[in-house]
Design a protein around this ligand. Structure first.
Ligand code: AG3
Length: 287
């Protein structure tokens, strides 16, 4: 006899050879191979609906606000008047939703290679994807590297909301791509990328940071905690042509209904623990 009450469904993310992060699953909502990756949507007990690509948790209903507010509002408040913003990746729409909170925004472009990610987010994650149907938003189903290369002097802010640097995303962490982003930005443009965990990904974080630093005159890492990414501690790296994110006037920042971002946190997020400072001090572009 099958004892249904005791049947247990779990998903785990494998993080390197020696760590697995487990989630109790209420329901498997979608599982398919797209042209680019394996796409899974789960409803989990602890974090609600969860998007998983190639085995890596991308975003969950409960904690997505932390990542999306931090990847978007730090660069957008560093820029005096962001009007035209490009997001590379980010097909779930969370970054776009946050960008649209800024009253100066005129155009948001999303370059997402996999239309199935957008479709799944629209179907299962409407709280995250809601902004994608805003009239200021244009979605381009194309390779972000190609899209960026076709533009110059075009964007105030470019946000690279990418998966881990494995498989098809590797090119989004190369120095050529960062140079191409530099060209696609206006004269006072700002770039931000998610740059993995300085705790869990110490083998790759210094190299990524060094490659960004080789391109932008102002390069700064900032941190947040994302409970559903392995290691929790997560980094973003901001590269800027003119504006320094540390020079913001905290009193000028409006309240746009944030749950994580505050002007004080904007400044504090750039204060790095000593082991992260040391990690970056050894950074070389090729590693
Ligand atoms: N981008 C993915 C962050 C990396 C997660 N890594 C992992 N779980 N191993 C998030 C996209 C959200 N818009």
């Amino acid at each position: 006899m099958v004892e249904v009450e005791r049947m247990d469904l779990w998903f785990y993310e494998q993080s390197g050879p020696n760590l697995r992060v487990h989630y109790r699953v209420k329901e498997l909502l979608e599982k398919k191979k797209t042209e680019y990756q394996e796409l899974v949507v789960l409803d989990t007990e602890r974090y609600g609906r969860t998007l998983v690509l190639d085995g890596a948790v991308q975003t969950t209903i409960r904690d997505e606000f932390i990542y999306h507010e931090m990847i978007v509002h730090v660069p957008l408040f560093t820029h005096p008047e962001p009007k035209k913003v490009l997001v590379i990746g980010g097909g779930d729409g969370g970054s776009v939703r946050e960008i649209l909170k800024h009253p100066t925004i005129e155009e948001v472009h999303l370059a997402e290679i996999d239309r199935e990610v957008v479709a799944a987010a629209r179907e299962y994650l409407p709280e995250i994807s809601s902004g994608l149907s805003d009239e200021r938003v244009q979605i381009h189903y194309t390779d972000g590297i190609k899209f960026v290369a076709e533009h110059s002097d075009a964007f105030d802010v470019i946000i690279v909301d990418s998966p881990d640097p494995v498989g098809p995303a590797v090119g989004l962490y190369k120095q050529d791509f960062y140079s191409s982003i530099y060209r696609a930005l206006k004269a006072d443009g700002i770039f931000v990328g998610q740059t993995e965990s300085p705790w869990s990904n110490q083998d790759i974080v210094p190299g990524i940071f060094a490659r960004i630093k080789a391109v932008f005159p102002i390069t700064r890492m900032y941190l947040t905690c994302v409970p559903t990414y392995p290691g929790w501690m997560w980094s973003f790296t901001l590269g800027s042509k003119q504006h320094d994110p540390l020079d913001i006037d905290p009193t000028s920042i409006p309240e746009l209904g944030f749950r994580c971002y505050t002007p004080a946190l904007h400044q504090a997020a750039f204060v790095l623990p000593r082991f992260v400072e040391e990690l970056l001090s050894s950074a070389e572009p090729n590693k």
